[in-house]
Design a protein around this ligand. Structure first.
Ligand SMILES: Cc1ncc(COP(=O)(O)O)c(C=O)c1O
Length: 426
């Protein structure tokens, strides 16, 4: 068989390891807005957005234009060597969006920027302890594999990771069966236990958390939880790090999810949607901490690439120019439509989320997570032209992550496919 007759999946399998687990075997050749074109000649409605990356739609014309313009001028200057306009402009904009008292450091990926956040926290507090949350996902480098606690498979055979990391539970009322308040108190009590039995709070450099857990199941905490964590951090001089790598850049209908909760972190980490697909990440941290991060104690060659920074400025312009509102409106419409499914399919236990970060959790009559239906739904939807992803530590949550440009007709098209797929599964 000649190379040309093989699919991209088959060719990739011959030369690439299985380690990068993929949600589909689909090969694609082009993207535009909410759609991807497969090498099979089919057009797919993409409600995965490259895992919450193409937040303003595939190849948005403004992003393409600004990236092209920048490529004509400068592709790499090296932020360890020189300064260039888009790099400084983006830092100024991110600072402004976060209240104006911050400083910004650029890296390339989510994991890299979370590593940086932990290094900053350790450096400026001179403490070693870190608290993370069960079901969290923070990346797959060695340090971020340690912080990640959504699945033991990520850690298997890599143990002996970063020391002094402790884990608390993130509120999940659907699972505990408790009301928001009681669930918040239960989870906060775990922090007290950590402080009492394992490590004193004055030894903790940072608490790192996703304000809405992503990989863990699109879990939105009760509002009071984040406020309480903020208070604990203030009381003990602990840096609060919000990993908004998935929740940031319009995903939840606001630029950042912290704005929904009125709780600002000391350190905000951003990646994914920041540049609509160009590799870029950023740490936005309070100036009082950043000013203590001594020169040369952290770095990286490619951070703040000019083309990625230009793309990011375009993303922000688009989000502020109406797409945040669209995400909010379309998110509400989508949830409304999904809620209607509950009457016919009692296994659908909860539809939750903010903006266009929406999870649909499946459980059986005994309250046990059901993953087969979810896997079946994802596969059937793909056959019918809709790309969906799964999340949750039990793989029983469908996550809907369309771009903020999504139209009502596209949501209707997705709903028709979902209904059809569910009717074939039940
Ligand atoms: C919340 C969160 N943090 C960190 C990461 C890691 O980002 P990256 O894959 O760019 O290293 C992800 C990726 O899925 C994520 O969702």
């Amino acid at each position: 068989m000649s190379v040309q007759t093989k699919s991209l999946y088959e060719r990739a399998n011959a030369v690439m390891p299985p380690v990068a687990l993929r949600a589909t075997t689909l090969g694609v050749i082009k993207g535009e807005g909410s759609f991807l074109w497969g090498e099979d000649g089919k057009k797919y409605l993409d409600f995965a957005s490259g895992v919450a990356v193409t937040n303003v739609g595939h190849n948005h014309p403004l992003v393409v234009e600004r990236a092209k313009e920048q490529m004509e001028k400068l592709i790499h200057g090296g932020h360890n060597v020189v300064y260039y306009p888009v790099y400084v402009e983006l830092a100024e904009k991110l600072n402004e969006l976060n209240g104006g008292n911050c400083k910004v450091y650029f890296s390339n990926s989510g994991a890299e920027v979370n590593e940086g956040a932990i290094k900053l926290a350790k450096k400026v507090t001179k403490r070693s302890g870190i608290i993370s949350f069960k079901r969290s996902f923070h990346g797959r480098t060695l340090a971020t594999t340690t912080l990640t606690a959504s699945n033991s498979a990520y850690r298997k055979d890599y143990e002996g990771l970063l020391p002094s990391v402790y884990y608390a539970e993130f509120p999940y009322p659907l699972r505990s069966g408790l009301c928001d308040l009681a669930e918040t108190e239960r989870c906060l009590a775990q922090l007290d236990e950590i402080f009492r039995f394992l490590i004193a709070p004055d030894q903790i450099a940072a608490i790192i958390m996703e304000p809405i857990q992503g990989e863990g199941g699109y879990i939105v905490p009760p509002e009071g939880f984040l406020k309480a964590i903020r208070r604990i951090c203030d009381m003990h001089g602990i840096l609060l790090v919000f990993d908004e790598i998935q929740t940031g850049f319009g995903r939840t209908g606001k630029m950042f999810a912290w704005q929904h909760f009125g709780v600002q972190p000391d350190v905000l980490t951003l990646a994914k949607g920041i540049a609509n697909g160009f590799p870029l990440s950023a740490m936005v941290a309070k100036a009082e901490w950043m000013d203590q991060w001594t020169a040369g104690t952290h770095g990286g060659t490619y951070g703040g690439n000019p083309v990625a920074c230009a793309a990011s400025l375009a993303v922000i312009e688009l989000l502020e120019g109406g797409l945040l509102d669209n995400a909010d409106r379309m998110g509400a419409y989508f949830v409304e439509q999904l809620e209607l499914l509950k009457d016919d399919y009692p296994q659908i236990k909860e539809i939750r989320g903010l903006g266009l970060m929406i999870g649909m959790e499946f459980m059986d009559a005994d309250g046990k997570p059901v993953s087969e239906t979810v896997i079946g739904l994802k596969e059937k939807a793909l056959e019918k032209g809709l790309i969906l992803l799964i999340c949750g530590s039990d793989k029983n949550v469908i996550r809907f992550i369309p771009p903020t440009t999504v139209k009502k007709e596209e949501i209707d098209q997705a709903m028709n496919i979902i209904r059809e797929a569910l009717s074939e599964l039940y």
